[in-house]
Design a binder for this molecule. Sequence first.
Ligand code: ACK
Length: 985
Amino acid sequence: MRVKFPVMFRLLVLLPSALLTEPVRSNEVVLLDTTAVLGELGWRTYPVNGWDAITEMDEQNRPIHTFQVCQVMEPNQNNWLVSSWVWRGAAQRVFVELRFTLRDCNSIPWVAGACKETFNLLYRESDTPPNHTDQRLHPADYAKVDTIAADESFTQTDLGDRVLRLNIEVREVGPLSRRGFQLAFQDVGACIALLSVRVFYKKCPSTRRNLALFPDTVPQVAASSSLVEVPGRCVAHAEEERDAPRLYCGADGDWLVPLGRCVCSIGYEEDHGLCTACSPGSYKSFVGNIRCSKCPTNSQSGPASPVCTCEKGFYRTHSDAPSTACTRPPSAPRNLLFSMNDSSLFLEWAPPLDSGGRRDLTYVVRCWRCGAAGSCDPCGDAVQGLSSTRVAVQDFLSHGNYIFQVEALNGVSALANRRPAASNISISTEHAKPSLVGAIRREWASHTSIALSWHEVEQPPAPILDYEIKYYEKEREHQSYSSLRSQAARVIVSGLKPSTLYVFHVRARSAGGLSSFSLKAEFSTAAQSAEVVGTRGSVLVMALAAVGGFSLLVILTLFLLITGRCQWWIKSKMKSNEPRRTHYHNGHVVPFAGVKTYVDPDTYEDPTQAVHDFTKEIDPARIRIERVIGAGEFGEVCSGRLRSLGRKETAVAIKTLKGGYTERQRRDFLHEASTMGQFEHPNIIHLEGVVTKSRPVMIIVEYMQNGSLDTFLKNHEGQFTVVQLVVMLRGIAAGMAYLSEMGYVHRDLAARNILVDKGLVCKVSDFGLSRMLEDDPEGSYTSIGEKIPIRWTAPEAISYRKFSSASDAWSYGIVMWEVMSYGERPYWEMSNQDVILSIEEGYRLPAPLRCPVALHQLMLHCWQSDRNLRPHFCDMLSFLDKLIRNPSSLLTLVEDMNGLAESPGSPDYPFFISIGDWLDSIKMSQYKSNFIAAGYTTLDSVATMCIEDVRRIGVTLIGHQRRIVSSIQPLRLQLLQAQHNNFHI
Ligand code: ACK
């Protein structure tokens, strides 16, 4: 007997066709889709009165092919439904997606014995479609794929309405070797409506990665885990870097493990995955994924230029890097003066007004002696390569006429086709008056006065009446000068500007007239705040060092005190009579008795039970989705509103699980909710609840208006005070202290996984189980094939999978660095491999610009190789609280810290022996020639550079400028240490 179920049938045809169809994913190739067949399907039933084929029209007048069977009253049913022949194309393995409803036997009266709740899926391979003349069924030719049961059955509500429960099941068929196949559905007495059958295979769709193109690739099937290695072809104007680009096509049609890469050729830069020509006015002289740089000053270029050419009258030497400005020869030296004493004639001059844009200025001094007849002969060889602006001439005749010429030269003088600019002076030694004044000394200086003294020449030809002191600001040499008179060989010059360099020279007046001026001396007034600067500058340096050292000592003491207190607190808690549940080991913070402990949902035999225990089911009618705000691993992330009983609406973020998911995906998706639902803390993202009983499956969390922390900081660079940044860090530390106390290890703590609300409160988020595998864009495969965000992860976790709260502490140090540098990428563009190696070698991220010493010290503390030495989150929390309460402790910046080298907490930076060595260590080797050309030849000279200097020598990329400047600090420390230890580099 056949049971008809018209109610179900009505429900079926009322189904919107959208429910039966699924948008085709880009990595699926559909071989058969019954919802897309407009004509006859041509499927057969055996016996003919077993399965019923029903074709109805949907709301758009398209046919919906369904098959029903419901022979539940009589035992021993064997009803077959056989599909038409399907060509398998390139597939070696296909997926069959079935949408069906299945009525549960309890809902049908009087069928107790015969009714079944499953059916069988089978297939038969053949090279050609079946012969039309032989339409008999040969069950033995079919291989069974699986017995299919319903997840959800067809039920009846209290009101007697039937509620449709649509089941979607996907099965894998293969490996296939013949050209095609047929599917068969064997019913053994169930009440089934088969609504759609979709057969597809997966391919890795053609893609572009790392500037290489990869073609459509069908996964191999031999072993479902095997990967197909696919070589990539570089896009136009790109070339292979070290290793040829490769991708692996995984069995699920996903591209995996990108290896090697292409990089843009000289003259081209990366733009949205392609290499585009550098625009006129810019250039790129290296192969690599660096941006084109603006042409340096006084140069120009056309499109796709490897280098910019110098404008007329400007030049570059062979050793000048393409990034350096084009320069020209200097103008003439200025103010060539002489003075004399008994034995020497001194020449002195001021540097040229225009150095030509270079720092490699030198001078050549030539001398001619002229006879009475006016003819002049060279006095000897020219003195070449002088870098100072004064020379002493000995061996001159006391009754002679001389012409001296001083030429200014720089690195490009030889390239310019013209004589170097020069200044000349004619001197008659017979009439020249010697200077009666010896070297000028500074006695002391305040911010407005300088006291000077000088020696008189012993036995002057005539008694000295007084002295004239001439002085001017060094920077205003040509604009004005002042003069004073003094009868003694000393003077106090007052009314000067603070922190200003002055030039002084003195001449004597005797009965014989005015002597020539003494040599110039340069002295500076003190800064406004200083009282009187003693003649020994070292006193000042020592005082400053003492102040710096003291503040560091205060910071360290604070830290140790807090740490001590926190440990004491832990110990006193541990002394309690209550039994402890876990113990203190491996750098893991102890969950105490009475403190809630995190339960891993994976320890539940039935994961839905964990969802039930830790989350709240929300009625979807209370949720209003407003807009999509991002894409998660499992589906879209939306913002919306949640209406609560008795409360007004709250803003929420809604994570959705996209349709067509597998059971495993659903479990992984809800794993995050089961984890999050166990936490209740103001710095942990709050779970409102889940929707699991209807589709789409959703996780509802509180809405964080400012989104993820890394993007937020990048968008607000430089807009917060240090205290505001520390308050954000404090929030994250509070959340992490809570998690570690619960015994939860996050494993992916990074600014991108912190969310920020409208009041700038930071909350830890992302508790996804699968993030280690797929979700995190920073995840990279380790040698053992695990995906780990290398830059944020502690070395022991990378090497031995030792994840603990101590490895979270390492990541927290990286988050601190991200926050203090406003979202800069940790280790910049260094490759993951280089990051691992340099960490092993002891390199640690230098302090970001304007980073307080206390914070960089804390970062370094988090990055100790021995994880047992890293601070606990509760220690860090108290430390940050103290800093916030004493903002003055944040005033000492790393760049200002001179005394650090001597302090016990000084960081263990590597030791450099040359500029090249140092630039190599920070991966900035390409700028070696810029430093040399600009005259920076020693580490000492580099240690004084500021960001302006770095820019001036031709480092145009802001990221590189910052990296260089922040790496100068270890150099300063090294030099201070070297001074302290009395050795020279
Ligand atoms: O950086 P965003 O704006 O912040 O973009 C990502 C995106 O969704 C994908 O994860 C944002 N997002 C995630 N959770 C929330 C939330 N609870 N509140 C606001 N935005 C969120 C995240």
